[in-house]
Ligand binder design. Structure first.
Ligand SMILES: [Cu+2]
Length: 277
């Protein structure tokens, strides 16, 4: 009974793990409003480019059939057609404007959030990530890749994606990310958040995310930063605000930020409480 209760409590979090899939087509499902808009924009572009391709191919086919040497032995000598020239200049401009307006809107929307509810400073190192929570005193830690021979699949750990510490974040919160680097260029990229931002030594770049559902989200460094570039993944745990507050307390008191350790302890406590009843 306790087991069932526990699985009911913890199942929703485990169920949502966002990572690249084999033979994946398209983008990872959106977990933030920014990514939702990026996905919509991507779809708009797909319609536009499909329309252009069909139009150009149809035109080519028509010309090949209708105006080849056999079908049209005496070609016309026309060299100018003002109307046609105006159309093929104006039409692409109109198409570009149709693309540019939502593109710029989206660019500014993803750029920053006016009043962030919390801040996370992300620092890229060769080859791991450092996370700082300036809103919570002394809360900072690093996240290293878990090596292949230590991956424990029973814990849901994933080769080349899981880290020893997880970047724990609350859902439904406007989170400001300040991204920088301490040695060379890195890039903090989380596909399902629509976040991909360069970490530049000596500079702070800003972006934001509002995570819409709890779960595990994976990302990777996306700026070639040396031999360990492929081995500095990003593992994010998005949890409820209450759980996040509990984790912050745990991390500050125990000097141990691993969400997995926190979760195991909590499960044990819950199991104990269930057993006592
Ligand atoms: Cu890097």
């Amino acid at each position: 009974m306790a087991g069932l209760a526990l699985s009911l409590i913890f199942l929703p979090e485990l169920a949502w793990a966002q990572q690249p899939e084999h033979w994946q087509k398209g983008l990872q499902p959106a977990a933030t409003p920014v990514m939702e808009r990026i996905t919509d924009f991507h779809t708009l572009l797909l319609y536009v480019i499909t329309g252009i391709c069909i139009f150009v191919f149809a035109l080519l086919a028509y010309i090949m059939v209708r105006f080849n040497a056999k079908a049209n032995p005496t070609p016309s000598k026309t060299t100018h057609n003002t109307m046609l020239e105006v159309i093929w200049t104006v039409l692409p401009v109109v198409i570009l404007v149709i693309i540019a307006v939502p593109s710029l809107k989206l660019l500014y929307y993803g750029d920053r959030v006016k009043e962030p509810e919390m801040t996370v400073k992300v620092t890229g190192y060769q080859w791991y990530w450092g996370y700082e929570y300036p809103d919570y005193e002394d809360l900072s830690f690093t996240a290293y890749l878990i090596p292949d021979d230590e991956i424990d699949e029973s814990k849901g750990q994933k080769r080349l994606l899981s880290t020893d510490h997880q970047l724990v974040l609350p859902v439904d919160t406007d989170i400001q990310f300040l991204v920088t680097a301490a040695d060379v260029l890195h890039s903090f990229a989380v596909p399902s958040f629509g976040v991909k931002l360069d970490g530049v030594p000596g500079r702070i770049n800003e972006t934001w995310a509002r995570i819409e559902r709890p779960g595990t989200y994976y990302g990777q460094c996306s700026e070639l930063c040396g031999k360990g570039h492929a081995y500095m993944p990003i593992e994010i745990r998005a949890v409820s605000k209450e759980e996040f507050a509990d984790w912050v307390k745990f991390a500050q008191e125990e000097q141990q930020a691993s969400y997995d350790v926190f979760e195991t302890q909590r499960k044990n406590k819950l199991a104990k409480a269930e057993g006592l009843e």
